[in-house]
Design a protein around this ligand. Structure first.
Ligand SMILES: C[S@@+](CC[C@H](N)C(=O)[O-])C[C@H]1O[C@@H](n2cnc3c(N)ncnc32)[C@H](O)[C@@H]1O
Length: 387
């Protein structure tokens, strides 16, 4: 019979070897917090097109521990309500809650630079596992965690209680932070946001840190680490690539249906200078979201089997449609915002600047705007004004 403690030590060693886990206190937390207790009633394992439910009850204990201590994301909810105990067969669905890959969670917690006196606000409780790792160090009274899904929050709270942490688990929209326990020294979000909510900055002490994934595409998103200033603004940079499920209130319905109706009326047509296929790469996708916030990238296939690509901004009723012709692409643009002109300008300037990585991008957040820029490329700056 597998010993859970030895599984935890094995996982901790793996994270140390990957150079993710560095702090002795965090190693102690990883070696102590029983991840398997946070996965109840069960998980969905990715089988390509379907998700196979595996429940804690009824699964061989060794197999269950083997699953729990995979250094992998474990999906615990599909489509906003389905849990593994509710289905017997593999199902299709979209993950809406999970225990994030411990390597990601541990890496983020390392980045927070926690000390034992810190008060932490976590957005996106999920299973509560990451909450528990932080509670282990700063104490449960210093951690407030907000989960938008009341049932997920209740399960996490029960799991936290069961392992000895009477933490502040709040069911609510984390985009609002949790003003009643502010100010915080650290804010950590384990769901992605289209932009960093100013509420998080306002609820953080000067000198405090806000850490979260910014972007709205399933790829091309970055982990922002901001330090809050005395003047109520926050500034910092993207410290790496990062991928999380979108904050529910900001999740956008994918553009679907009759795409030809959406692109019926073009205002311009021209050859592209850059292939739209670069938007399938991380950094160009990241830049596209800065240059055309609100735009979605859509892949499709024409009736003749040829690839089609689109940018749609449903809110601003604008589109760019890309049609391939041999090696080159033609773009048809329509609506008030020339989406591809804006994106392409950024992509060309970025290539001219030597294609710097995501950690060259800086961000300043005020109550009224979000400014992004790259120091080594003066033309690469984007200002997103709130309303
Ligand atoms: C990736 S999971 C969190 C993983 C978790 N930290 C862990 O390690 O188990 C993301 C969670 O964010 C939650 N979430 C999504 N939108 C949210 C919002 N607006 N406010 C608070 N939580 C949100 C989801 O319901 C989901 O449970």
């Amino acid at each position: 019979m597998t010993d859970p403690a030895s599984e935890r030590r094995r996982m901790a060693t793996a994270l140390v070897n990957e150079d993710v886990l560095k702090s002795p206190w965090l190693r102690a937390a990883v070696e102590t917090v029983p991840r398997e207790r946070f996965l109840r009633p069960g998980v969905f394992l990715d089988e390509g097109r379907t998700w196979r439910p595996v429940t804690a009850v009824g699964t061989d204990p060794d197999e269950w521990l083997g699953i729990a201590y995979r250094v992998d994301t474990l999906t615990t909810q599909l489509d906003g309500h389905v849990t593994a105990d509710e289905v017997d067969e593999p199902v299709v669905g979209v993950p809406t809650s999970s225990s994030t890959d411990p390597a990601t969670v541990v890496g983020m917690i390392e980045t927070l630079g926690l000390s034992t006196s810190h008060r932490v606000l976590e957005i996106g409780t999920g299973t509560g596992y990451s909450t528990a790792l932080m509670c282990h160090y700063v104490g449960d009274d210093n951690v407030t965690t907000v989960e938008v899904d009341a049932q997920v929050a209740a399960r996490a709270d029960a799991a936290l209680e069961a392992v000895g942490f009477s933490t502040w688990t709040v069911a609510g929209d984390g985009l609002l932070g949790h003003p009643y326990r502010a100010p915080y020294d650290r804010v950590i979000a384990t769901c992605a946001v289209r932009r960093v909510p100013y509420a998080w900055i306002r609820q953080t002490r000067p000198g405090g840190v806000v850490l979260g994934t910014v972007g709205s595409w399933p790829w091309g998103t970055g982990l922002a680490r901001l330090t809050v200033g005395d003047d109520g603004t926050a500034e910092g940079s993207f410290i790496g690539r990062s991928s999380f499920m979108q904050a529910r209130a900001q999740a956008v319905a994918p553009v679907a249906g009759d795409l030809s109706a959406r692109t019926a009326y073009a205002d311009s047509e021209r050859r592209t200078r850059v292939s739209p296929l670069v938007l399938e790469e991380w950094m160009p996708a990241f830049l596209a979201q800065l240059a055309a916030p609100g735009a979605q990238f859509v892949r499709a296939t024409g009736s003749d089997g040829s690839p089609l690509r689109y940018l749609f901004d449903p809110e601003r009723e604008s589109f760019a449609e890309f049609v391939v012709d041999g090696e080159s692409w033609t773009v048809r643009q329509g609506g008030p915002v020339p989406l591809w002109d804006d994106v392409e300008r950024s992509l060309v300037a970025w290539q001219d600047a030597g294609a710097p990585e995501i950690d060259s991008v800086r961000l300043r957040v005020t109550a009224a705007s979000h400014r992004y820029w790259i120091d080594q490329a003066p033309s690469l700056r984007w200002e997103h004004r709130i309303a």
